[in-house]
Design a protein around this ligand. Structure first.
Ligand SMILES: C[S@@+](CC[C@H](N)C(=O)[O-])C[C@H]1O[C@@H](n2cnc3c(N)ncnc32)[C@H](O)[C@@H]1O
Ligand code: SF4
Length: 385
């Protein structure tokens, strides 16, 4: 294993999507499937993921492995042997690198019992969906764990894994700034190096979107959402976490997610598993792939040598727009040379630097603390220019 940081130009990261969940949460619009009754499908899926990985590796050629990320769905429901087989295959296909192997987990007792086996399988960073530490809020979110169970799972994870991140959700109905500050402060006592506080998104097609549509409850208005965001920055900043991305805070540079940084810097990554996205640069052309979303369709697609629902070569302009969208979310920003492919941005860049939403430092364009909460508007102004 090497200690050199991944090189987004030559290294390739691996994203593995495991879609099965014990229960489907009413806010979630990820590509998910109920686990119960799908055990045989899950077995077929692991075999297809391994076949897909081998086929994609043959196409990519020799590269160093930047990182592995098992996301979902709920990859903590996977068999640890399957996780180990995928980690081992990826390391053999792309020798060198891959210091960071992250797995997303739900904080139930049953899953915590298996954390040690995941560590033995090569996982060295756990990302746990705690979401809230209040039973009423967890019930509202439709979670299958209590606050106490989540605390226990975090305790086990902290002992087993060298690196731990937790996800929290805010902007819940009726949540005041004081409530959210208290929830964050309580969470900080759990002890972790990384936290992703997400604002609740009401995604189309979810049970929450239907509830809001019926008028059962409303999400906070814009002003309250902005105040909650400010509270997050203040509370986590005071606790020594730096906001290195809009929704990601780390205690020190070493605690930042190498996998996510690789993606945000425009690095190549393979996506395996149903609905997984990938980005690959071959002979100077960046290609975007989306795997078939259904489990059976993906398994059949891999067997037929056609795992993708979508596969498109990105124009230099599309590739540059994507880098701007991702890069501006981070404290690193985006190299100014990326804007060469987007000549129409020079005027809005100059205007927004003048207005204090963007800044230029060391040859990079960076969103300022004033620009970050308004990033959607900032990037829209840049990219529609
Ligand atoms: C797709 S989930 C996978 C992790 C795991 N299954 C879990 O739920 O804990 C990754 C994270 O996305 C966040 N998330 C999913 N849907 C969201 C939504 N509608 N609004 C805000 N955050 C959301 C949650 O914080 C969750 O931990
Ligand atoms: S939030 Fe997590 S557990 Fe809930 S449905 Fe989505 S992926 Fe599954």
């Amino acid at each position: 294993m090497t200690t050199e940081p991944p090189d987004p130009g030559t290294d390739v990261a691996l994203y593995v999507h495991w879609p099965f969940c014990a229960r489907i949460c009413p806010y979630c619009d990820f590509n998910v499937v109920r686990a119960r009754g799908n055990e045989a499908r899950a077995e077929r899926l692991t075999a297809a993921i391994l076949d897909d990985l081998r086929a994609q590796a043959a196409r990519v050629g020799p590269r160093r492995l930047a990182s592995i990320f098992f996301g979902g769905g709920t990859p903590s429901l996977m068999s640890s042997c399957d996780v180990g087989a995928i980690v081992e295959a990826a390391r053999a296909l792309f020798p060198g690198g891959a210091g960071e192997v992250t797995l997303e987990a739900n904080p139930t007792d049953a899953e915590a019992d298996r954390f040690a086996a995941f560590a033995d399988a090569g996982v060295n960073r756990l990302s746990m969906g705690v979401q809230a530490l209040d039973d009423a809020r967890l019930a509202f979110l439709g979670r299958n764990h209590s606050a106490e169970e989540a605390r226990r799972a975090v305790g086990v994870a902290a002992r087993v894994f060298p690196r731990l991140s937790i996800d929290l959700i805010h902007a819940l109905p009726g949540q005041s700034v004081a409530d959210w500050r208290a929830a964050l402060t309580q969470a900080l006592d759990l002890g972790f190096e990384h936290v992703s506080p997400y604002q609740l998104t009401i995604a189309q097609g979810t049970a929450f979107a239907r509830a809001v549509g019926r008028g059962d409850w409303s999400p906070p208005d814009e002003d309250l959402a902005a105040a909650l965001y400010e509270t997050t920055q203040e509370t986590l900043g005071a606790a020594g976490f730096d906001a290195y991305e809009v929704s990601n805070h780390a205690r020190g540079v070493a605690a930042r997610s190498a996998h996510n940084l690789h993606v945000w810097r425009g690095g190549d990554y393979l996506g395996v598993g149903p609905g997984a996205h990938g980005r690959l640069t071959l002979a100077g052309v960046r290609t975007a792939t989306v795997a078939r979303r259904g489990v059976d369709a993906y398994v059949a697609g891999v067997a037929a040598g056609s795992p993708w629902e979508e596969r498109a070569d990105l124009s230099p302009q599309d590739a540059a727009e994507e880098r701007v969208l991702l890069g501006l979310r981070t404290v690193e920003g985006v190299p100014l040379c990326v804007l060469d492919a987007l000549p129409a941005t020079s005027r809005p860049v100059a205007e927004m630097v003048e207005e204090g939403f963007l800044t230029v430092a060391d040859g990079r364009l960076i969103a300022t603390p004033a620009g970050r909460p308004l990033l959607d508007a900032v990037t829209a102004r840049l990219l529609t220019a």
